[in-house]
Design a protein around this ligand. Structure first.
Ligand SMILES: [Mg+2]
Ligand SMILES: [Zn+2]
Length: 191
């Protein structure tokens, strides 16, 4: 039995884009994100966060902070009756910092390493799944895993859409104001 999933970018999609979440206090959910994820939970979608966190490789914060931030994310969502089925992140960067964080890894989006892990662990079918994110890299990532792509206009989304979309090899299937609108669109497609 395979499950369908919504792969969620983190910064700028779930929480406020602040450059780098280099302190627990800088992690704040965007409006109505709890409602959006709760809706997916209620409709039997697996919710999986897929996030590049190169701030670790860059030496801006320790990897332990990423875990603290993810605990805070789970706690804040829980208050809204929402949960995540998986959280996957890449702490690497190809040319900044020191090994082992500095490496040409297979898990930095748009590479698909993180998804291969998630697919195995959670039994997911990417062809039935969606990616939601605020950057071109998220859209390209969706193309590589064979999922449908939604760009949200939160975070970097507005600027990405206005100034960068001509360069994108993969175009989003839908552009949404925010995560809750993206989720409404997904649920409508699947009716
Ligand atoms: Mg983002
Ligand atoms: Zn990586």
């Amino acid at each position: 039995m395979t499950h369908r999933a919504v792969f969620l970018d983190r910064d700028g999609t779930i929480n406020e884009e602040v450059g780098y979440v280099n302190h627990l206090e800088r992690f704040n959910l965007l409006p109505r994100v709890g409602e959006a994820i709760r809706l997916l939970n209620q409709h039997d979608w697996k919710t999986v966060v897929v996030s590049n966190q190169s701030g670790v490789a860059r030496g801006y914060f320790p990897e332990s902070l990423v875990h603290q931030v993810h605990q805070k994310m789970r706690d804040l969502l829980k208050r809204e009756g929402a949960h995540l089925d998986g959280i996957y992140y890449c702490p690497h960067h190809p040319d900044v910092g020191v090994p082992p964080y500095r490496q040409r890894c297979r898990c930095r989006k748009p590479a698909t390493g993180l998804i291969e892990e998630a697919v195995k662990e959670l039994g997911l079918d990417c062809s039935q799944s969606y990616v939601v994110g605020d950057r071109g890299v998220d859209i390209e990532f969706a193309g590589r895993i064979g999922a449908r792509a939604i760009l949200v206009l939160t975070g970097y989304g507005k600027g990405e859409w206005e100034y960068c979309k001509e360069q994108w090899k993969v175009k989003p299937d839908y552009v949404a104001e925010d995560l809750v609108e993206a989720v409404h669109w997904i649920l409508q497609q699947e009716k």
